[in-house]
Design a binder for this molecule. Structure first.
Ligand SMILES: Cc1cc2nc3c(=O)[nH]c(=O)nc-3n(C[C@H](O)[C@H](O)[C@H](O)COP(=O)(O)OP(=O)(O)OC[C@H]3O[C@@H](n4cnc5c(N)ncnc54)[C@H](O)[C@@H]3O)c2cc1C
Ligand SMILES: *[C@@H]1O[C@H](CO)[C@@H](O)[C@H](O)[C@H]1NC(C)=O
Ligand SMILES: *[C@@H]1O[C@H](CO)[C@@H](O)[C@H](O)[C@H]1NC(C)=O
Length: 440
């Protein structure tokens, strides 16, 4: 690579992380960027819903205002104020309010279907910069730092840098963490859940007095689980989600498990009458139900190795009580979990785009990626930790077991501040400063 030659960057994975990064990198004329997606199209899985908190929207804006418009155009639902309320879902005090969650700054978040946002993002990039049906199989490092990529269909390419946005089972993660093999695979969070999307009128009829008073998200903090319901599709639908703690062992590829209605009813029993009416709505899915497992990554020691790095779920998959990594095709909208997975992916993309704008030589690539790890590691570990703790709080588990309503309020109240109102401009400046320091 000489100074007048473009730096060749491959992005693997066409999810929110990969596409936001692609958009950011395409702005820099000294880069030649190609995105490789395993699936035959860039569409995202149809059902999954994602909530973007204020930090995520600010990160989008820092990449480009056009990305905020893409999110708005994804048939979004805007969060109201309060946007969520947490309620006791166990005795003593079943039904008493724990707290209302409000936006401190007036900034609003929004909810959309992941596939709709992905389609809007895809519209913003030249189609020829995305190669579909390219599933990365392996990476091999050359002496000069460049990387040979092989795809499962036999295609190969050589690039100056590879960035993995290839999700929870990331191949790039395996390469980046080859000296930390115990951190590569995701682990089972000992939680599974049922979810359904009920037509609003039907929900109203079935739930009777339990039908929500306000069109917001309700989280019922239960015994060994939690129950959530919230409006979706411009209020046409009510999503009902019931999560359960389990000591059962689920295998690494076991994203879902068949459950019969009996099991589901039993799981919802602690929620008393409310559990019964929500169970009725979930039961409408049919004889057998899919319970979905929750997986997360342990905290990675690094997000880069040489000229390779990971972002998004490939770097830091976390529990859905902040964000989730689950099988596709689940209609799913966020509860008063912190909804951080996509938000952290967008923040990663923003920092990487900034650092790549400064990258002019091959040596700069490692410097940029080391800087990326150094600024992102503790923030993303924090998001992973908070999500896991949130899971314990809302499900009455771990060190948060046995809290009453007042204690729950105390445990919950300030958990959003650091994630949502974080100084992202300062974060970006820090990245630039550290890069310049190292590159001197
Ligand atoms: C059901 C569900 C609900 C969620 N709810 C929220 C929420 O409310 N708020 C929030 O912030 N986050 C939420 N998340 C998390 C959020 O969706 C993820 O954190 C975010 O989408 C991660 O995006 P990603 O691009 O890193 O990974 P992914 O979306 O997993 O994308 C990875 C892409 O890489 C491709 N790929 C995989 N392997 C390869 C390979 N070897 N070669 C090439 N391509 C490959 C895949 O096909 C896929 O297109 C949710 C996630 C799910 C699944
Ligand atoms: C494999 O690579 C070729 C060449 O780039 C591409 O045209 C094709 O779509 C790829 N995928 C499959 C599944 O053949
Ligand atoms: C996250 O949790 C791990 C393990 O409990 C801990 O070692 C680490 O310091 C925490 N990191 C942050 C940033 O909260």
């Amino acid at each position: 690579m000489t100074a007048d030659k473009k730096i060749k960057v491959a992005i693997c994975g066409g999810g929110i992380a990969g596409l936001c990064l692609l958009y950011g990198l395409l702005k820099h004329a000294h880069l030649e960027v190609t995105l490789y997606e395993a699936s035959s199209e860039i569409a995202g899985d149809e059902g999954a819903g994602v909530g973007l908190a204020p930090n995520a929207i600010r990160a989008l804006r820092l990449i480009d205002l056009e990305l905020v418009t893409a999110a708005e155009n994804a048939d979004s639902v805007f969060l109201t104020d309060p946007f969520a309320t947490a309620v006791m879902g166990r005795e003593p005090g079943f039904g008493s309010k724990v707290l209302d969650l409000r936006s401190k700054t007036g900034e609003r978040g929004f909810l959309f279907q992941r596939s709709k946002f992905i389609q809007q993002l895809f519209k913003l990039v030249p189609q020829e910069s995305c190669k579909t049906s390219h599933k990365l199989a392996s990476i091999s490092e050359q002496e000069d730092g460049s990387l040979d990529l092989s795809f499962t269909n036999g295609t190969t390419t050589t690039v100056d840098a590879v960035i993995g946005g290839d999700g929870v089972h990331s191949i790039v993660r395996k390469h980046v963490l080859q000296d930390h093999l115990d951190q590569v695979d995701p682990f089972f969070s000992k939680q599974y859940f049922y979810v359904t999307m009920a037509p609003m009128e039907n929900a109203k009829e079935k739930m009777g007095d339990w039908f929500p008073e306000l069109p917001i998200q309700y989280a019922w903090c239960g015994e060994q689980g939690f129950l959530m319901h919230d409006p979706a599709n411009s209020g046409q639908t009510l999503q009902v989600l019931a999560a359960v703690q389990t000591d059962d062992v689920w295998g690494p590829d076991q994203w879902t498990k068949e459950k019969d209605l009996e099991d589901m009813r039993k799981d919802l029993e602690p929620f008393q009458e409310l559990g019964r009416v929500c169970g009725d709505l979930i039961a409408e899915q049919g004889e057998s139900l899919q319970a979905r497992s929750v997986w997360e990554h342990s905290r990675a020691a690094t997000y880069n190795r040489g000229h390779a790095a990971v972002l998004g779920d490939a770097a830091h998959a976390m529990q859905p009580w902040s964000a989730v990594s689950l099988p596709p095709t689940i209609p799913y909208l966020p509860s008063p979990r912190q909804a951080a997975g996509a938000g952290q992916a967008i923040e990663d993309a923003m920092i990487l785009s900034t650092l790549f704008s400064l990258t002019k030589t091959p040596q700069d690539i490692s410097t940029a990626l080391e800087t990326y790890t150094s600024v992102r590691l503790s923030r993303t570990h924090y998001a992973q930790n908070m999500s896991a703790e949130n899971g314990d709080i809302i499900m009455n588990a771990g060190k948060f077991k046995g809290l009453n309503a007042a204690q729950l309020k105390e445990a919950f109240e300030f958990r959003w501040e650091e994630l949502w109102y974080f100084d992202l401009e300062g974060h970006r400046e820090e990245a630039v400063g550290r890069f310049k320091e190292k590159a001197r």
